[in-house]
Design a binder for this molecule. Structure first.
Ligand code: CTP
Length: 515
């Protein structure tokens, strides 16, 4: 797209800004507030302005900065027309949801602030002075990136862009406001935000900003004194991360969801990935045999596996299906157990137990990062399960296998089942083979067998059990015990093979079986 076209689009999106404030139901309270407080100034700031200027992006959160209006006065008024959350009041921030609002999100309303120190990952270490007289430009100066430091003056309908964020949108650039190092030191979460925004928007990171990301990456693990209540209900001193791991996890996962390949690339080159998950660093020092892994060490394989999930070949293989986020993380971590499992025997490398070890390591990484806290949800049990069983679809011998096992692994929880197939695909295709391309033949056979089981189940109605344990005991005159379990398992196996499709056949099966 030419510069001229980009400019035109930007201008059109300025109209979108006006239109939004006029038509968004969540913001319908504004005209009344303007009327009531005629001297007040209202600025839409942050991600909403950025995303409206970029265009085509969904806006969920609205952040306003308000000037020339006392917080208490506004709170008193807003309380009449909606719900006001005062938790951030001491920092000069309130949240508001009008009565009858259709959307659950609250609108953030803040008073201009200039504080620059001690804000990390969502909470602040110093008292913040909000000041309704501060010029909006001062408030924009303290923000992280130029593209996030643009304000839309709602009443005068104009953009305020002292740090040339619009020009950075045009050139698709993430650039810190002012001195990058200072912005990051004020709030180390911003190091991760830079990478996340680059992945999310597909933007480049400006040189000085990128240098600062790389230089300050180790500080993501900075600790500070904290306290906690112990088992004896006493408060004892402890240390905690300056950037809470929840914030790290949130940014990591957001970046991976947006563009996993680019995110991994940026996180790797900046070093952030290895500071946060040192276990991945060990993978880079773990060589693999050329015969099965010509691509290189375990980490090289992990990266190619992530890329395989987003390849054209994946789409050819799986059609419309997309990998869930747990599969993406599992592709990164699936061989994390290999460095400790590696064993040489008569010159041959063995990895026995690496899946089990990997699952344990994955569980501890997920715990440390508090992955389950990620907004939008993250299923840690699924992730660990995927790592634990990642080799199965590629080594199963479908012809020799119990169909019940296929059902248990792939059909009981269909999301996890598909995820395991996706991961197995990534594992095969994320490697290079001396003398040819890898082929997922075994996986194909496993998938055909699963499909067969699925269709057979469909033949017997909803696919549930045809007889209960109680019924089996009656038919066979059996006491409760392991034998009943065995009959049920074999009956199920016959049902999954398509040999039995209704209750009558099931009864005959049991009679014959025991007779
Ligand atoms: N901000 C900042 N430093 C941070 C976090 C936020 O300067 N560590 C500022 C930015 O101006 C940002 C705004 O606060 O645009 C709102 O922050 P937030 O809602 O967290 O992010 P958004 O930029 O709105 O975008 P997203 O929802 O994609 O995170």
């Amino acid at each position: 797209m030419s510069d001229e076209m980009i400019r035109e689009r930007l201008l059109a999106n300025q109209d979108a800004l006006s239109l939004l404030v006029d038509t968004e139901p969540q913001l319908a309270f504004l005209p009344r507030v303007f009327e009531r407080f005629s001297e007040s100034e209202w600025y839409l700031v942050g991600g909403a302005v950025r995303d409206l200027l970029i265009g085509g992006r969904e806006i969920n959160d609205y952040d306003f900065v308000v000037r020339n209006l006392e917080l208490d006065e506004l709170v008193a008024y807003l309380s009449e027309i909606g719900y006001v959350d005062l938790v951030g009041r001491d920092f000069g921030v309130i949240k508001f949801r009008p009565h009858g609002a259709e959307r659950p999100e609250e609108v953030d309303i803040a008073w201009p602030r200039t504080e620059r120190a001690g804000m990390s990952g969502g909470y602040r270490d110093v008292a913040v002075q909000a000041d309704m007289q501060l010029p909006i430009e001062k408030d924009l100066d303290r923000r992280d990136f130029t593209i996030n430091a643009i304000a839309w003056d709602v009443r005068r309908r104009r953009l305020i862009d002292p740090h040339h964020g619009i020009s950075d949108i045009e050139t698709r650039t993430i650039r810190a406001v002012g001195e990058a190092k200072e912005r990051f030191q004020e709030d180390l979460t911003r190091i991760l935000r830079a990478v996340r925004l680059a992945a999310q928007l597909g933007y480049g990171i400006e040189d000085r900003t990128w240098e600062a990301v790389k230089r300050l990456a180790p500080q993501i693990n900075t600790e500070k004194p904290g306290s906690r209540r112990n088992d004896r209900d006493e408060i004892e001193p402890t240390t905690e991360y300056v950037v809470p791991r929840e914030a790290v996890a949130r940014e990591f996962i957001k970046a991976l969801r947006a563009d996993a390949v680019r995110a991994v690339d940026l996180l790797e080159i900046s070093g952030l990935l290895f500071w946060v998950i040192p276990e991945l660093g060990a993978m880079g020092n773990c060589p693999q045999p050329e015969s099965t892994h010509a691509e290189g060490n375990v980490w090289d394989h992990a990266k190619l596996s992530v890329a395989a999930l987003f390849s054209e070949n994946f789409r050819d293989f799986f059609g419309e299906e997309e990998p869930v986020i747990e599969t993406v993380v599992a592709a990164l971590l699936h061989d994390v157990g290999k460095p400790s499992a590696r064993r040489l025997d008569k010159g041959e490398v063995h990895w026995d137990g690496h899946s089990e070890l990997g699952a344990q390591l994955t569980r501890s990484i997920a715990r440390r990062l508090k992955l389950s806290s990620v907004p939008g949800g993250f299923n840690v049990d699924r992730l660990v399960w995927l790592v634990q069983h990642h080799t199965l679809p590629n080594i199963f011998k479908p012809a020799e296998m119990k169909r019940g096992l296929l059902e248990r692994f792939f059909l009981k929880d269909p999301v996890s089942g598909r995820a395991l197939l996706h991961l197995a695909y990534a594992d095969v295709m994320g490697r290079k083979k001396a003398g040819g391309q890898p082929v997922p033949d075994n996986l194909r056979a496993t998938m055909a067998a699963i499909e067969d089981v699925r269709l057979n189940l469909a033949k017997s109605g909803a696919g549930g059990s045809l007889l209960s344990g109680q019924e089996v005991m009656q038919i066979g005159d059996l006491q409760a015990g392991p034998e009943v379990g065995q009959v049920l398992a074999d009956l199920r196996e016959a049902q999954l093979a398509g040999e039995i499709t209704d209750q009558q056949q099931a009864q005959e099966f049991v009679k014959k079986y025991l007779g």
